[in-house]
Design a protein around this ligand. Structure first.
Ligand SMILES: Nc1nc2c(c(=O)[nH]1)N[C@H]1C(S)=C(S)[C@@H](COP(=O)(O)OP(=O)(O)OC[C@H]3O[C@@H](n4cnc5c(=O)[nH]c(N)nc54)[C@H](O)[C@@H]3O)O[C@H]1N2
Ligand SMILES: Nc1nc2c(c(=O)[nH]1)N[C@H]1C(S)=C(S)[C@@H](COP(=O)(O)OP(=O)(O)OC[C@H]3O[C@@H](n4cnc5c(=O)[nH]c(N)nc54)[C@H](O)[C@@H]3O)O[C@H]1N2
Ligand code: SF4
Ligand SMILES: [Mo]
Length: 665
């Protein structure tokens, strides 16, 4: 029986191939035989819509011409040699395998000497990473998927697992049958909300107010864990004093719910022994994304709901290997293996990689690289496994900036990305089914990704970076034989980490297939946080309402997200008829009273305008707060509307909060 892991979401379901079909692997605890429609459709996409030739052109107004890996990579190497490393950028992806990430990161930061090596995880998990580091001292998710079986309450806030993490949602439903309660907090009545014991339709961007209000009530009624606070936290007195000064009427008014509903939520909270809070893009993708994460972490600290079975703040990772990318060091704000750019770390890493070209400071983050390009300060951008033209906010700005980059290289397995129209060189790679290595799911489980189809002369992502390294003259450093050899080097490198949880060096590549490795499993339950005094930090947070406010010209708030059977830009999923049945690709959800006011009916086409751009979409009238609309990422033009404000610390974009107007066409 052939086994592998799903290449879509962060749940990381194990799949088996029997009789030419994929299905969930029964004996694997994470999915126990379950899977979703996207997951099992992947055999059909291995040979569909693929990029199979190396292509090159001088200008993006020219047609592509056929090239070869050797010619193109030698050309790229020459261009890199002739440029200041600070003007070179790498744009990676939480969908790359650990081995792909490792080699790309080693090449960029270790040998080319640029830390402008960031990933699409910046648009996704960056706020959670910073939040965990500030609260607990390390980028470490202190919850496992199996904790759901031991929780009495799960609070799902800014997250829609029924569509985005389907198998996790099924696990939640199962736990609910066994008594666990579910609270869903979302301005939109989602598929997840439909199973909620309590649904809280808060106003967009008011999560901090709600979480602060809850903290205030808990402190006032002494429903907090004093012993835990005393032994394991910093800054409680200041936090408490400031929380108690908040005016609850003003908070309620901001959240937009009545006191009675809040009371139900509060009562459920205090009656529950074990509580998990799960969140995703409704909190992270915000100009206050880090603050929203801190507000969640605060609650778990004051109630001691952390580091014990069935509890904890659970940031749900979106992409299949976004967690692995963080471990390897794919973000421009990290060097490698959870090390920062301090002198000691730089020395250790230089020695390990045997290089004197290591970059020694943070690089530009994803959107900042585009801002550099706009100032004509980026000469080369190498993009792998992601489509920044499509996915970054304020797309007109992104498109104009891309045109100023001298050399754009796109490494993609599939054709039809928006970025390919802006690329000078397109390099094909093998996708799921033909590639080999490891990936880490949302609860730190490292599994083996197995190839089961021939590569037909096409390279895997890491092989492209390794060859480029060799053409740049670093033959020894990039002389890897296979994915296992890359993993072995990466694994050894994790011994350098200061994150005491990161024990990946104990994993065994050969046995990963049968017994996946969970890193950090034995260390955290002892309440040892990785801050300087080993205690968790409380931060008083206020809602500063920093997002774009609606006004007379743009009276609606626009939020964004996913639909169940589509994967982002759809180069794989939008090709399959079977996956197009669930929901249309290009729709806008509007509240029925707003629709009435605008004289719009279900199925009408409307034009949505923001200060940055416009698009057309088909109306679906559904339950969503008034003056709030939802457009999914499957809408090809969605990011012409979105705002490009960034969180000041995580640099994650404010996708989920733009002011728009709606016009019937
Ligand atoms: N089918 C499918 N699944 C996927 C993906 C996919 O493309 N397709 N992508 C994967 C990736 S990369 C990611 S990051 C995850 C994302 O996983 P999720 O974040 O669960 O998915 P979204 O649909 O973005 O849901 C965000 C939710 O936040 C809500 N929201 C918006 N603003 C606010 C707010 O101010 N407060 C609160 N409380 N809620 C708000 C939205 O209504 C929406 O329901 O999904 C992963 N899974
Ligand atoms: N409006 C709006 N914008 C958003 C979001 C949102 O919710 N709303 N969410 C943001 C988030 S959380 C994310 S994660 C991003 C996602 O945005 P992207 O990362 O741009 O979306 P994907 O479609 O997942 O892109 C993956 C690309 O990799 C290619 N590919 C597939 N397999 C392989 C392979 O093996 N190797 C290589 N090299 N390429 C391969 C695919 O063809 C595709 O072009 O979007 C962000 N942008
Ligand atoms: S839930 Fe996620 S990991 Fe599991 S099969 Fe579906 S997309 Fe794949
Ligand atoms: Mo994501």
């Amino acid at each position: 029986m052939k086994q592998t892991v799903c290449a879509y979401c962060g749940v990381g379901c194990k799949l088996e191939i029997t009789n030419g079909a994929l299905k969930g692997l029964k004996c694997y605890p994470v999915n126990a035989g379950m899977s979703c429609a996207k997951g099992i459709s992947q055999l059909k996409t291995i040979y569909k819509n693929r990029v199979l030739e190396v292509k090159k052109r001088d200008s993006i107004s020219d047609q592509f011409e056929k090239s070869s890996y050797e010619d193109s990579l030698k050309y790229i190497a020459e261009k890199i040699k002739g440029t200041n490393p600070k003007r070179v950028g790498f744009y990676l992806s939480g969908q790359m395998l650990n081995e792909d990430y490792y080699v790309a990161n080693k090449l960029a930061k270790g040998f080319i000497g640029t830390s402008n090596c960031d990933t699409n995880s910046r648009t996704c998990m960056a706020s959670a990473v910073v939040g965990y580091k500030k609260s607990f001292g390390a980028d470490f998710v202190p919850v496992r998927i199996t904790d759901i079986d031991h929780a009495n309450l799960i609070i799902i806030i800014g997250s829609n697992p029924a569509e985005a993490h389907v198998v996790l949602h099924n696990k939640i439903k199962k736990a609910q049958k066994n008594g666990m309660k579910v609270v869903v907090i979302d301005p939109r009545f989602t598929m997840t909300a439909s199973i909620a014991d309590i649904y809280i339709p808060l106003r967009v961007g008011t999560d901090i107010d709600l979480l602060n209000f809850l903290a205030q009530e808990l402190i006032k009624s002494d429903n907090i864990d004093r012993e835990f606070i005393e032994k394991h936290s910093n800054n409680f007195d200041e936090y408490r004093d400031k929380i108690l000064l908040l005016d609850s009427d003003i908070l309620l008014e901001s959240i937009g719910i009545d006191r009675e509903l809040f009371k139900h939520f509060y009562e459920l909270f205090v009656q529950s022994d074990n509580i998990i809070t799960a969140w995703t893009m409704g909190l992270n993708q915000s100009v206050q994304g880090v603050d929203k994460n801190l507000a969640v972490n605060n609650l778990h600290i004051i109630t001691g709901q952390i580091n014990k079975k069935g509890s904890g703040p659970f940031s749900l990772t979106g992409q299949p290997n976004a967690m692995g990318g963080r471990e390897v060091g794919g973000l421009s704000t990290a060097l490698a293996v959870h090390l920062d750019f301090d002198e000691d770390s730089c020395d250790k890493v230089s020695k390990f990689w045997n290089t004197n070209r290591l970059t020694k400071q943070h690089g530009f983050t994803a959107y900042e690289m585009i801002q550099q390009a706009e100032k004509e300060e980026l000469d080369i951008l190498i993009i792998a496994h992601t489509d920044p033209i499509y996915h970054l906010p304020n797309r007109h700005f992104v498109e104009a900036s891309f045109k100023k980059i001298g050399l754009v290289v796109e490494i993609n397995a599939y054709s039809g990305s928006a970025t390919s129209s802006y690329a000078h060189i397109q390099l094909p790679v093998v996708p799921f089914g033909q590639k080999d290595g490891t990936q880490t799911n949302m609860d730190r489980t490292i599994t083996r990704v197995k190839s089961f189809e021939p590569k037909d002369g096409i390279l895997q992502d890491w092989e492209i970076f390794a060859r480029l390294g060799q053409y740049l003259g670093y033959e020894d450093a990039f002389n890897f034989k296979d994915s296992q050899e890359v993993f072995e080097e990466y694994k050894e490198m994790t011994r350098l980490s200061i994150n005491q949880h990161l024990n990946i060096f104990e994993a065994n590549y050969q046995s990963l297939e049968k017994s996946p490795f969970v890193w950090g499993e034995d260390t955290y339950k002892e309440n040892r946080f990785l801050t300087s005094n080993k205690k968790a930090n409380l931060f008083f947070i206020q809602n500063d309402n920093l997002s774009e406010e609606p006004n007379k010209d743009y009276p609606y708030l626009f939020i964004t997200g996913r639909t169940r059977d589509q994967w982002h830009t759809g180069t794989k999923t939008a090709q399959l008829k079977s996956l197009l049945k669930h929901k249309a690709l290009e729709f806008v959800v509007i509240n029925c009273l707003d629709a009435e006011e605008l004289n719009i009916s279900d199925g009408d086409v409307v034009e949505v305008h923001s200060r940055r751009g416009k698009l057309r979409a088909k109306v679906i009238i559904a339950k969503i707060n008034r003056k709030t609309i939802f457009i999914p990422i499957s809408h090809k033009e969605v990011n012409y509307l979105t705002d490009d404000k960034l969180d000041p610390l995580s640099k994650e974009p404010d996708y989920n909060h733009s002011a728009v107007s709606i016009i019937k066409v």
